[in-house]
Design a protein around this ligand. Structure first.
Ligand SMILES: Cc1cc2nc3c(=O)[nH]c(=O)nc-3n(C[C@H](O)[C@H](O)[C@H](O)COP(=O)(O)OP(=O)(O)OC[C@H]3O[C@@H](n4cnc5c(N)ncnc54)[C@H](O)[C@@H]3O)c2cc1C
Ligand code: FES
Length: 306
């Protein structure tokens, strides 16, 4: 809460007393349909953040809080990068902001950083929009002296993002699409990689729980430690509300303070999947109201209830 309050204050002490608007967007790009990259000023987050951590964003004082993984930082400029998919009310509102406008509230960095060490060969998997923050991790694993094999995936070739950036950062880049429109179709080809070379660590990021689950099932027979970033529903992001509860190795963990990265071979995926769906009705209603309020709102509300 303190951070939320702090992030509203104009920072005048940073970098030669320059007048920095907290959370002002300095770069905005559309990477693919509904996938946006935003860089915003927040010297506090930019000076502390590490790969794997996230921020919680609130659009307006009454908006819901929603987490986005940090996709990179520029501590010298005090800038933080996020890459996000416009899926509902809050992410659409964020995506509607332009350069020069300010994001309401930003709390962070939250969660634990990724364990970055010299493991040997690290396979980094970035699914869909999470290819964005995975680029930050790939750079960090590379800097730590690892050989980095990167796999980026998307539903189809139009939704693949940051191909050139990932190619430049990685020792080897594989592309996979669900429909086979570019690269390999699906993830089964990963078996060939594990058969062909020793992989010392796998790290996976995707908001699609099913994709991470598949990744973990593929790596399990090879005994490769597979760390995955879980996108459980979050509220405060500080361990107080309990909404982000998951079961890992039979123990209750809070994704925001104990994670968000966990050993994927120990995650109770059924529980995670069912908990992610608990607010799906409310989310649909909220998105419809936001889109159509003032229009034929009532009938659409009824439609969403069915
Ligand atoms: C630790 C973490 C990091 C994430 N990083 C990214 C990222 O870098 N880029 C990105 O595009 N998405 C990321 N997500 C998912 C992102 O938070 C949701 O897409 C966002 O909350 C959707 O909100 P909405 O109002 O636009 O959509 P809604 O219509 O409210 O929800 C759409 C879907 O988003 C998820 N969601 C909704 N509210 C929350 C919430 N409070 N917490 C978590 N998930 C929620 C649910 O699966 C839901 O079905 C992350 C989630 C977590 C937990
Ligand atoms: S989001 Fe509230 S405990 Fe994790």
């Amino acid at each position: 809460m303190l951070r939320l309050i702090c992030s509203r204050v104009r920072c005048r002490s940073w970098k030669e007393d320059r007048d920095v608007n907290m959370n002002r967007i300095v770069v905005k790009k559309e990477l693919a349909a509904k996938i946006k990259l935003i860089e915003f000023e927040n010297p506090d987050v930019a000076s502390k953040a590490k790969p794997g951590q996230f921020v919680v964003i609130q659009m307006g004082d009454k908006g819901e809080r929603f987490p986005l993984t940090i996709g990179g930082i520029d501590p010298d400029k005090g800038v933080v990068r996020v890459i996000f998919n416009e899926v509902g009310k809050s992410s659409r509102r964020l995506g509607a902001l332009g350069e020069g406008e300010e994001i309401g509230n930003v709390a962070g960095p939250l969660g634990n950083p990724t364990e970055i060490e010299r493991f040997g060969t690290v396979l980094c998997f970035g699914g869909g929009v999470m290819t964005g923050p995975m680029a930050y991790e790939v750079a960090a694993f590379k800097k730590a002296g690892n050989r980095v094999v990167t796999v980026i995936g998307a539903r189809n070739k139009e939704l693949l993002i940051l191909k050139d950036e990932m190619n430049a950062l990685s020792d080897k880049l594989y592309i996979s699409t669900d429909d086979g429109s570019e690269g390999y179709k699906g993830l089964d080809f990963l078996r060939d990689i594990f058969e062909g070379e020793k992989v010392d660590r796998v790290i996976g990021m995707s908001v699609a729980t099913a994709t991470l689950r598949t990744l973990c099932e593929l790596t399990r027979p090879y005994g490769v430690k597979t760390i995955v970033s879980l996108s459980a529903i979050m509220l405060d992001g500080t361990g107080m509300c309990g909404v982000c509860r998951v079961l890992v190795g039979g123990q209750t963990k809070f994704t925001c303070v104990d994670g968000p990265e966990f050993d994927g071979h120990l995650v109770d995926w059924d529980l995670l999947e069912s908990r992610k769906r608990i607010y799906s009705h409310e989310e649909r209603v909220s998105a419809l109201l936001d889109e159509h309020v003032g229009k034929d709102c009532a009938s659409r509300f009824q439609q969403a209830r069915k």
